[in-house]
Design a protein around this ligand. Structure first.
Ligand code: ADP
Length: 213
């Protein structure tokens, strides 16, 4: 079944998605990554996305929906998708239901990682992501793991949009447009809230409990 990992930027969605991918054989669909890939390809759409992201704005629903639909249709992992960072507004949430319905798929679990703003600021300011394997580490909390990273620490890069002002802008955008998605989902029987301020491993264990039920 498909899973939605939901929470503010920096809550640990990408970090936890990596564990779910490995343990439960899931495909991680991060719209952030889809958008960054398009930017790397330097298409006209990629350039449009770049200017939005670098100002802490979200890409339009139309752009995201186009990229998302392409991926869902192409996926080898039917009903094994983990949506990381999508949907970000109510319109996208409704759209996801339509796309999944058309493809005869559904959402099995909605997992909300709840974290406060000041924790998020610290996490994002230290975030490093591997260009090769996509692993996420933190400059402040994972010094040793960064030194020993199997791909080589030169592949661990900071995201361009992880600077303080943009982090604040992203958080405000989240509060305004993404939090209403919580109301949309929180009444569902398959909705679970997890304290995202806990240790990475504790959160992973809780997610495993939810998925193994
Ligand atoms: P998101 O995908 O929700 O934006 P990430 O998974 O990229 O968040 O995590 C943001 C930063 O916080 C990364 O540097 C990551 O290593 C770190 N991090 C993630 N989860 C935790 C946690 N439970 N405790 C401490 N640091 C964490």
């Amino acid at each position: 079944m498909n899973i939605i990992l939901f929470g503010p930027p920096g809550a640990g969605k990408g970090t936890q998605a990596q564990f779910i991918v490995k343990k439960h054989n899931y495909f991680q669909l991060s719209t952030g990554n889809l958008l960054r890939e398009e930017v790397k390809l330097r298409t006209p759409l990629g350039r449009e996305i770049e200017s939005l992201i670098s100002n802490g704005k979200f890409a339009s629903n139309e752009i995201v929906n186009t990229l998302l639909r392409q991926s869902i249709i192409n996926l080898k992992f039917r009903d094994r998708i983990i949506f990381d960072g999508y949907p970000r507004n109510v319109e996208q949430a409704k759209n996801l239901e339509i796309i999944l319905g058309e493809l005869d798929q559904s959402i099995g679990h909605i997992i909300f990682l709840n974290v406060s703003k000041n924790i998020i600021e610290k996490r994002i300011m230290g975030r490093m992501t591997c260009d090769k394997c996509n692993m996420t580490l933190n400059e402040f909390f994972n010094k040793e793991q960064i030194e020993l990273h199997p791909c080589g620490k030169e592949f661990l890069k900071r995201r361009k949009d992880d600077n303080f002002d943009i982090v604040v802008a992203r958080y405000e955008t989240y509060m305004k447009t993404t939090k209403p998605v919580l109301d949309f989902y929180s009444k569902n029987a398959n909705f679970t809230e997890i304290d995202g301020a806990a240790e990475i491993e504790q959160i992973t264990n809780k997610i495993n409990d939810v998925l193994n039920v």
